[in-house]
Design a protein around this ligand. Sequence first.
Ligand code: AHM
Ligand code: MG
Length: 337
Amino acid sequence: MALHKPVMTVQQHILLEQKRFPGASGEFSFLLSGITLATKMIQAQVRRAGLTDLLGSYGETNVQGEVQQKLDVYANEALLDNLRVRESVGVLASEENERPLMVHGSSPNAKYAVIFDPLDGSSNIDVNVSVGTTFSILKRAEGSSLDDSSSWLLQPGSQQVAAGYVVYGSSTMMVYTVGNGVHGFTLDPAVGAYVLSHENIRMPAQGPYYSTNEAYRDTFPRADQEYIERLRTGKLGRNYSSRYIGSMIADFHRTLLKGGVFLYPPTSTSPDGKLRLLYEANPVAMIAEEAGGAAWSGSQRILDIVPKTIHQRTALAVGGQVEMDEYKRCLAEFGEA
Ligand code: AHM
Ligand code: MG
C-alpha cells in the first residue's frame, strides 16, 4: 500500500498552465512565485500577530487617508521586496503606496505590472478576523512607453492576464486564475506549500446569502435598496440569509464557494463606492467571471471600466448568475444612482 499521496502544488500548477502559452519561458511562474513566497511570509506574521509586536497601528496614514496597521506595512514590504527582484516585473502598484514603483520598467525583459492590496480588511486583524491579499497582473500594452507607468496600469480589468487572492482564515488559501478556470490551494503549514484543494471552482448559480453593510442601506442608490428588498422578501424564489464580515476577501471567498452576492454600493460617505477598482474589484471580478458569476459597478461590467487613476474607487456587486441577473434588472428599472 502506497503511503505517499501525490500532491499538486501551486507552483507545479502554474508551470502546467504556462505550457498553454506558446513561447512561455518560465518567467511568469517565477513572477507568481514571488507572490506565493511573500504571502507565506505574511501569513506567518498574521498567525503570530498577538505574540509579536506587529499588532496595532503603524502611526501613519496611507494614500487613502486610512490609518496603516503595522501588518499593512509588513505585508507591503514583503510583496515589494519579493517582486522587485523578478526581472519580468516592470511596475509594482500597491494600495499602500501613493505612486507606482517602476522596477525594471526600462528593460525590454520587463513585461508585467503587478497590482496588489497587501492586506485587505486589516482593521479586522486585532480581533482575529480573516484578512486577505489581492493581486492583479497586467501585461504591458503593445507599443506602450517603457517608462510611463500609467500606460502599464490604466488598462481595463478585461486585460488582466492573471488575478487572485490569498485569504488568511481558518486556513490560508490561495485562489487564482490565468483565464482558464479558478483554482484554490490550501497552505499545508507543515510542508510550507500551497496544495491544490479546490480544482476548477464554480460559483453556484444561486446561493443562500447576501452580504453588504446594512448600516448604510438608507444611503444606497435606489436600485441597490430595491435589490436588497427583493432578496429579503423572497422575490428570487428563496429566503436569503445575511452574512457580512467586513473583510472583502473573506466575504467574497464565501460568496465564491457558497454562492450569493456581495455588494458595496455608493454611500453618503463614499459616493463613488469604497473599494478600489485596480486592487480589489478587478481581481475578484475576473475570478467571479471565470467561475461562472458576474461583477458590476452601478452602471457597467467591472472588467470594462477603463481606469483614469490608479487609486480610483468603484461600486461593486459580485455574485452568482441568478443574483447578478436580478441586480442588472434593478439597475435597468431604477437607474444606476
Ligand atoms: P482596506 O483595504 O483599507 O482594508 O478596506 C477595505 C475593506 C474591505 O475589506 C471591506 O469590504 C470594506 O473595507 C468594509 O468596509 P465597511 O467597514 O465600510 O463595511
Ligand atoms: Mg487594504
